[in-house]
Design a protein around this ligand. Structure first.
Ligand code: FES
Length: 121
């Protein structure tokens, strides 16, 4: 199974500025995440709105049988995307989705919004 990063591609730059140069912040962030993940062990999919519009940019990390994490408050910058992909790669390598705090990239600290436990039969 492969972990997936779901990136919201409709997040704005702020409440007042949804689009800059014809693009949303989410589109820019998704592009950075896709580039950072290229050739790695995680998939990236775009999704329009993760219902965290007030604290974008937002993304979720999920894999069947593992905890799902929602993260937000990212700037649409390469460094943020690289931290997210680094964390997702560690998540993919874990058994349950729990990555020890000491292994978290600095760039994801303070960005966790929620976690959802895996569904069990
Ligand atoms: S527009 Fe990105 S979470 Fe709603």
């Amino acid at each position: 199974m492969t972990a997936t990063i779901l990136v919201c591609d409709t997040c704005g730059f702020s409440d007042e500025e949804k689009i800059r140069n014809g693009r949303t912040a989410g589109e820019t962030f998704a592009e950075h995440v896709e580039r950072a993940a290229n050739g790695g062990g995680v998939r990236v999919k775009r999704h329009s709105c993760l219902m965290g519009c007030g604290h974008g940019c937002n993304a979720a990390i999920a894999e069947p049988g593992k905890i799902t994490y929602v993260l937000g408050r990212f700037d649409p910058e390469p460094e943020a995307a690289e931290a997210l992909v680094e964390y997702a790669t560690k998540y993919a390598g874990s058994e349950t989705g729990v990555v020890p705090y000491r292994e978290w990239p600095q760039g994801v600290k303070g960005h966790f919004v929620s976690r959802v436990p895996p569904l069990r039969d």
